[in-house]
Ligand binder design. Structure first.
Ligand code: NAG
Ligand code: NAG
Length: 394
């Protein structure tokens, strides 16, 4: 941490100055170097440290950096605030004497160094957060802060890929069992973010048994916890055949059906459930038969999805329509179940009436028109599927 911050103090003035020089139009003069900094290409980390540790190359700022930066940007802000304006001005004059070629070369070097700085500082920040989570005498606030930092840090894919190597996944999954709902919630959020569109991290979390815990958490009485847990479950099994099989083995289908059928479920959770159903149905097309999720064709499950169409919330209606449309593409979906058990015809008809009413409200017109055309599309697909059954000789 301290090393990263020191590096930044060394680099920042040069970056600012190069920017200044570029803005003011540099006057070429080959006789000067950049404020006493000695730049060389192909520096390794040892060189960087040596540079930082050489006193005349450091800027005159307090050396008691004890951390607390949650990001590279935070460090930049800090370094800007701690730079000496007089020194900056002086060095700006030096930069103006550089030739265009020299300037370009230095810009490239700085860019290279910044890349290295970024990598090393993020990994270091993650290590610190993970060490905090492993420190059992840390306060609740400290634990929450460490998790918030990880939440931010796992966003870039390279950091997410490093999380397990640094021992981070195991500790975050462990925090899913914390007695504090906020801690569990942030932990679920981190896992979802880290594995989003990332098969490597998905499989790591699945191997550590994270899915089972997250599925249980969706039933939490804390709305926020349930929402973040379902977000993480969805990210974990998206496009992941093994994850989807495990989802079924852990009775994820029952969890989904329960929340969709429960009239007191939070609307955000219902939307996430509808999106997940559509996603699972879409994925099914690509999987071999032994990986098929047959519960998607179960009529109790279908009814829970179809009933979502009756909600007054347009956004949820749209998401539920997309789910029904995806389910209609599956051969395992029996159209006569949709007709007889789920009353899909009546449901779609009462939906049309509701949309007619929404259409009267000017600000909802475009949106309700959009949903209406999706509704019609579902209706046509449904009737095509029905006529396919009746045309098959029995
Ligand atoms: C653990 O946390 C406590 C309380 O914040 C702190 O005093 C201690 O130094 C930490 N231990 C380690 C090994 O970081
Ligand atoms: C329905 O959801 C509420 C709120 O999440 C929960 O308290 C209740 O136990 C659920 N009911 C059933 C039957 O699952």
């Amino acid at each position: 941490m301290a090393k990263a911050a020191s590096l930044l103090r060394v680099l920042l003035p040069s970056m600012l100055l190069l920017a200044t020089a570029a803005a003011e139009g540099a006057r070429p003069n080959k006789s000067s170097s950049l404020g006493g900094f000695v730049w060389a290409t192909g520096k390794d980390e040892g060189d960087l440290v040596a540079m930082v540790e050489s006193p005349e190359e450091s800027l005159p700022v307090e050396d008691d950096i004890t951390g607390g930066f949650s990001s590279l940007e935070g460090m930049l802000q800090w370094a800007i605030g701690h730079s000496d304006p007089e020194k900056l001005k002086e060095k700006a004059k030096d930069v103006q004497r550089l030739s265009g070629d020299e300037l370009k070369k230095r810009q490239l070097e700085i860019k290279e160094l910044m890349e290295k700085l970024k990598v090393s500082s993020d990994a270091e920040l993650m290590k610190i957060a993970i060490a905090d989570l492993n420190n059992f005498s840390i306060t609740l606030e400290g634990r929450q802060r460490a998790l918030n930092e990880l939440l931010f840090l796992v966003e870039p894919i390279d950091n997410a890929n490093d999380l397990d190597k640094l021992g981070g996944l195991v500790v975050v999954i462990r925090e899913l069992d914390n007695s504090e709902a906020d801690i569990r919630t942030t932990s679920a959020w981190i896992l979802g973010k880290a594995c989003q569109n990332n098969a490597l991290v998905q499989n790591q979390i699945l191997t550590y048994g994270g899915l089972e815990k997250l599925i249980k958490m969706v039933g939490s009485s804390s709305k926020e916890e349930a929402v973040k847990a379902l977000y993480a479950v969805s990210a974990l099994i998206h496009n992941n055949e093994i994850g989807q099989k495990m989802f079924y083995a852990e009775e994820g289908n029952i969890m989904l059906q329960d929340i969709m059928s429960n009239s007191s479920t939070d609307i955000r959770l219902l939307k996430k459930a509808a999106i997940l159903v559509a996603d699972l149905a879409d994925n099914q097309q690509h999987y071999a038969d032994n990986s098929k999720l047959h519960f998607l064709g179960d009529r109790f499950f279908l009814k829970a999805v179809v009933d979502l169409l009756l909600t007054p919330d347009l956004d949820l209606q749209e998401k539920a329509l997309l789910a029904v449309r995806s389910l209609l593409q599956l051969t395992s979906t029996d159209a006569s179940d949709l007709r007889d058990y789920c009353s899909l015809d009546q449901v779609l008809e009462s939906m049309r009436e509701g949309l007619d009413k929404a259409n009267v409200e000017e600000d909802l017109k475009d949106y309700s028109d959009e949903i209406e055309s999706l509704r019609k599309e579902v209706l046509v697909l449904f009737h095509n599927k029905l006529s396919n059954i009746s045309s098959v000789p029995t």
